[in-house]
Ligand binder design. Structure first.
Ligand code: ZN
Length: 444
């Protein structure tokens, strides 16, 4: 029975665009941990007699996002009031966009799969309620913090094109990478700058119906319903029955003019977009010969990809540079300069130092310990790879170990290990590859 059903997921993602000020007033965005109600004014507190003003930077970030997602940008757009009562919404409505969003009909390409984007629109965030209570005395208090009220949000809505939890995660990650690459948002999930809400339904295979829908609020919802996610209990809980558009009594925001977006401005933004992650991924494969998995990992982080490309140009070693970037640099979270990274790669690649020593040199150069060459000299890391220098040592080892030499010549190839051990004793920096090649030559 089980395999006759499939899961159908659409995603709604709220993203805080990178702006200095709120969506409709001049209040600073502020930081997590600011004192409550320290970034507020008459507009975002919803006091009577004030007028909102549209934040151009938020519109610009939304347009860049829409362009990067290949959306159409209709000539006209407007804001609407979404009416509902809640203590964290002092105006009694949220300014959002209903039937004329800034952009429609885009797509995001995952690995081999396309997720269609229905719309990307702008709105404002709500405030935050803080509940405190004293069970013993049955005293309950709730506090309202309006620092977040009026913070701009882009809502990015997909068509129900996602078919598994893994794909939902891939979508959220790809979207985050894209937003960070184009600089539209820092998209830090821990700071609430990117909040994903999947709409999940199940249906029989082959059916086009979407079935009854459940929306999950704020992960990091059978009557149609909205469910919350409890991080501590790792389970969902019922928030409220899913509301329908008509419940909100949307109507055009009378305090804001409809926008007619300047086409020349949109073209400027389109031309100024940086290379997008999907095309960079493809280019890393074709230009540097990287395996697809390496290219995907590197292209997922713009800074990391910039470091990789610069270091690979200096070192001339695409795959080696990718190994170092993925294996050493990315996990440490601290980036060396591209020339220093390339220098370490060359030192290891040429056999001047071992890979372990290369790791130490890299860590030290990141910590400001000087250039890799300086560190190698200071720590006495340089391997002896010079053949004539090593020949002297190898000859001395042969002369000092007649027994092992005789065993080796009699066919006991493992005797070479004893000879190599003596090399290490006499010269710890000896390059083992060159030394063992010399034994093979001299003991023929
Ligand atoms: Zn304000």
């Amino acid at each position: 029975m089980a395999e006759t059903w499939e899961v159908v997921i659409g995603m709604e993602v709220h993203v805080q665009p990178r702006t200095r000020t709120k969506m409709f007033c001049g209040c600073a965005i502020g930081q997590l941990g600011d004192p409550p109600n320290s970034n507020v004014c008459e507009v975002c507190m919803g006091l009577p007699g004030v007028l909102p003003v549209i934040n151009k930077a938020a519109v610009e970030a939304c347009l860049k996002t829409a362009l990067a997602l290949g959306c159409e940008i209709p000539r006209h757009t407007k804001f609407d009031r979404k009416n509902y009562m809640y203590p964290d919404l002092p105006k009694g409505y949220q300014i959002s966009q209903y039937d004329l969003p800034i952009s429609i009909n885009g797509r995001l390409e995952l690995d081999g799969r396309r997720v269609r984007i229905r719309r990307v629109h702008l709105e404002e965030d709500t405030g935050k309620l803080i509940h405190a209570g004293d069970k013993l005395h049955k005293a309950w208090e709730s506090f309202v913090d309006l620092n977040r009220a009026g913070v701009p949000l882009m809502e990015i809505v997909t068509e129900p094109d996602i078919r598994s939890a893994d794909e939902a995660r891939d979508y959220a990650q790809a979207l985050r990478t894209l937003l960070r690459t184009i600089g539209a948002s820092e998209a830090e999930m821990e700071k609430g700058q990117l909040r994903a809400e999947p709409n999940i339904s199940i249906r029989r295979y082959g059916s086009d119906d979407l079935g009854v829908k459940t929306e999950l609020k704020n992960i990091n919802s059978v009557v149609q319903e909205t469910r919350g996610w409890s991080e501590s209990e790792q389970r969902t809980f019922s928030q409220r029955s899913k509301e329908f558009a008509e419940d909100y009594r949307y109507f055009p925001e009378p305090d804001l003019p409809p926008l007619e977006l300047d086409r020349a401005w949109i073209e400027e933004l389109r031309v100024a977009l940086p290379e997008l992650p999907a095309s960079r991924r493809a280019r890393l494969v074709s230009e540097y010969g990287l395996p697809t998995s390496d290219a995907a990992q590197i292209a997922a982080d713009r800074e990391l990809a910039d470091l990789f490309e610069a270091a690979a140009k200096f070192s001339g070693e695409g795959k080696q540079t990718a190994n170092w970037v993925i294996g050493e640099v990315a996990p440490s979270g601290r980036y060396p300069s591209p020339t220093h990274l390339a220098e370490v790669i060359t030192l290891v690649g040429s056999g001047r130092i071992t890979r372990d020593q290369g790791r130490e040199v890299l860590a030290e150069t990141i910590n400001g310990g000087g250039s890799p060459a300086e560190i190698v000299a200071k720590r006495g890391f340089a391997q002896i790879s010079n053949e004539s220098e090593l020949r002297t040592i190898v000859e001395a080892v042969i002369a000092g170990n007649p027994r092992a030499v005789a065993d080796y010549r009699a066919g006991k190839k493992q005797a070479l290990q004893a000879l190599m051990a003596d090399v290490r004793k006499r010269a710890p920096q000896a390059n083992p590859k060159v030394a063992s090649a010399l034994f093979l030559e001299l003991l023929k």
